[in-house]
Design a protein around this ligand. Sequence first.
Ligand SMILES: [Zn+2]
Length: 323
Amino acid sequence: MNNQFEFSPCPLCNSFEFDLRYTAQDLIAQTPGIYSVVRCSACGLSRTQPRPLESCISNFYPSNYGPYAKRKLVVDEKKYRSNSSTWILVLKEVLKGMRRSLGVHPQNTLPIVKTSPVKLLDYGCASGGYLNNLDRAKYQLIGVDFSADALDDAKKLGLTVFCEPVAFSHFEPGSFDIITAWMVLEHLYDPIGTLRKLRHWLAEDGFIMISVPDASALQRKIFRGLSYDNHVPNHLIHFDTKSIKRLMNVAGFKVVEVRWQPNSRSLLLSVRNVLDACHLGRVSKTYVNIMDTRLGSLAAYFLGFVLALIRQSARIEIIAKKS
Ligand SMILES: [Zn+2]
């Protein structure tokens, strides 16, 4: 692997001026190197410096990279949903009721569109895990991704998918009622260019819905280089609510809603990073095992709900329309 790196301007305002926030390493794929997370002096958007050249970024996405592989995650909130003992079911209903009454939406809840079927494009669909959970009678589903290997898995699920960068030629302007991009923009070299392309594909009254890590969350400020969501060098950009809104505006969108995902993953995995960094291997292993139990998964679910309520889950969703 012969990787080359570059110092890049701010993807939002093109300024080269920055202030250092902290340094970080690749704690996920464990590739060597120390990176800086810097804040643009002109507009406040944070980015990773230096960043790998676009020509070698694929070296940082191993075949077992999370969204591409169906590997087991350390904190599996699906376990909570599949749990069927009576008291768990009662607690589930109580939590659901609390969530509804307090206006916290389940993760990736789509806006309501009155066309039938709803034409939906998932940009950055990876192996199709998200699309495969949607109702195919209600939605006409299309996926786009950069990874041909991941798209092969999506095709096995019977999904219609296209590989970037050639996907552009497949769609007419205004083809989609909803476009989603889950945890994608922070990986892109030209997020504004990509958003403009998605805008071109979106119907005039359609919705775009994206999610990104929230770099302004308190846990990011506490854990700094050990925060799970740093994910350097794969995360080239570190958005907060202000900068993502501004980026969407520049690309021709008007943000209609910001949601904090009911998600405790970032916090729980950051704690694991701290334990590992302190060489507390046995404590870390015990911690992971506890989080992997039914009770641990339930606690993780409840914590995610509380974090969303106080806007500190470190994962945000943006719903926007064409401006
Ligand atoms: Zn800037």
